[in-house]
Design a protein. Structure first.
Length: 452
């Protein structure tokens, strides 16, 4: 994709906004030295070329990709105004846009009533959800999350002084329910990750809801990565969990992942609007322009970029939050993962650690006979791909797993280490579907090279 192909749209829109700006009276901005700015921008452009090719299908590493053109155009436009969505005074139009997109997100997950807003990241959205949860957590009870949950939950609970309990996950990703039964009296809330950042595992929401029926607990769903897969739930092996998503007390989803947005844009949703009472505060110096609810009154964050709301609003005006809208893009990402998972095994150079649930594939070179040998070979393939010429190279990521997962698939495999480093690919870009044969071909050539 050539981003410069959209520069005319941005230029026309900027000119239109300039007319609005000029209507208040002309003046010269101090420090607006165009020649010096031009020189700095040229240097910036050169420095940005030092990034890995996040835009290209050959980049199948981390959860990184450029935003959709409509998102960065809308963000750039709004950024020239620089609205602050902490209060209606700071950004009347973008505050309305934020309320509109948040309502659509709530409808997508199945909330009839809700309270919610955008945030600067999924991390901060999870912090808010856990902070609200802590306000109702019975004394002596703990928040439980699995060992495969994102590390921010442990960190956030430490910051908030929330007692926690970490649920061991079995090597295949399933929760250790024997452990849960032993500690059930300690648990006051669960964090359920729907789309772990490691393997894209969807954790057992259905089973957690059954646990809730036996004793009163709260449930927070962290679907920062996986949330938009709700749009194609009927295609997923874990569809029952997605259909029950609406039963969770709070949900976090990151539009800056599968929502095609620039960083940073997270979203937190609460099923019960009354949790807004926990945010109650006085601000004696501003915010008298409207009797409507200010977004800052239901958020721990204060200043937040209204440009994020504008970008997300524009994007879901283009792609509805439906199966045929944004869901059609999510469908292609998952299909790319499934095709890759199939084709990577054809030449028998690689094996799968597990079948992909979403669009993340974890795999390993079959020629290695031990955990240490496999880890070494994975690292060599990872490094080799980045050092190849652009038309031959690739970018993957590394992932550490329990060695028993490989042993279960290969009887002769020697577990000389408890952990093994394997390869991991994230297929967040729909363009990758057509590129899969080329990527698999490059990987098969690479493994022959590093084995020589």
């Amino acid at each position: 994709m050539k981003y410069s192909a959209y520069s005319d749209l941005l230029q026309i829109a900027l000119q239109d906004l300039d007319k609005w700006r000029s209507s208040f009276g002309e003046f010269q901005s101090e420090g607006a030295n165009k020649d010096k700015i031009s020189s700095i921008i040229q240097e910036l452009t050169e420095r940005l070329k030092g990034n890995y090719p996040f835009h290209h299908p050959s980049y199948a590493g981390q959860m990184l990709k450029p935003p959709h053109p409509i998102a960065w155009i809308a963000y750039s436009l709004a950024a020239t105004v620089n609205p602050n969505n902490h209060a209606l005074d700071g950004g009347p139009p973008t505050s309305v846009m934020e309320k509109e997109v948040t309502a659509k997100m709530a409808k997508m997950v199945g909330y009839a009533e809700f309270l919610g807003h955008l945030s600067s990241s999924g991390t901060f959205a999870n912090l808010e959800a856990l902070w609200v949860l802590s306000q109702t957590l019975p004394k002596g009870k703990k928040v439980a999350y699995s060992s495969q949950a994102h590390y921010t939950h442990e960190r956030i609970c430490s910051v908030l002084h929330i007692p926690t309990i970490k649920i061991p996950a079995l090597p295949n990703g399933e929760w250790d329910w024997t452990f849960i039964d032993l500690h059930k009296e300690e648990i006051g809330a669960f964090v359920v990750t729907m789309g772990t950042t490691g393997m894209g595992i969807v954790e057992p929401l259905e089973k957690v809801l059954a646990f809730k029926k036996k004793q009163s607990i709260k449930i927070h769903v962290d679907s920062a990565y996986g949330g938009f897969f709700k749009l194609i739930e009927d295609e997923l092996p874990s569809k029952i969990h997605w259909k029950l998503m609406r039963e969770a007390d709070s949900i976090v989803i990151d539009p800056h992942k599968h929502g095609l947005q620039p960083y940073g844009c997270g979203c937190v949703l609460f099923k019960d609007p009354k949790v807004g009472l926990y945010y109650k505060h006085d601000s004696p110096y501003t915010y008298f322009s409207s009797d409507d609810l200010h977004l800052g009154e239901i958020s721990l964050e204060c200043s937040r970029a209204g440009a994020s709301a504008a970008a997300f609003w524009a994007t879901i005006e283009l792609f509805d939050l439906t199966k045929d809208g944004l869901g059609s893009i999510i469908h292609l990402c998952r299909k790319a993962a499934l095709v890759f998972a199939n084709e990577i095994q054809i030449e028998k150079n690689f094996g799968l650690v597990a079948e992909p649930e979403l669009d993340i594939v974890v795999y390993y070179p079959l020629s290695a006979k031990s955990a240490t040998e496999l880890s070494d070979l994975s690292r060599k393939i990872f490094t080799h791909g980045m050092n190849l010429p652009l038309n031959e190279g690739f970018h993957l990521s590394l992932f550490t797993i329990d060695s028993s997962l490989i042993k279960a698939k290969n009887d002769g495999f020697v577990c000389d280490s408890n952990q093994t480093v394997v390869l991991r690919s994230v297929f967040m870009k729909p363009e990758q579907l057509e590129f899969i044969p080329e990527l698999v071909g490059r990987l098969n050539v690479a493994i022959d090279s590093v084995n020589q």
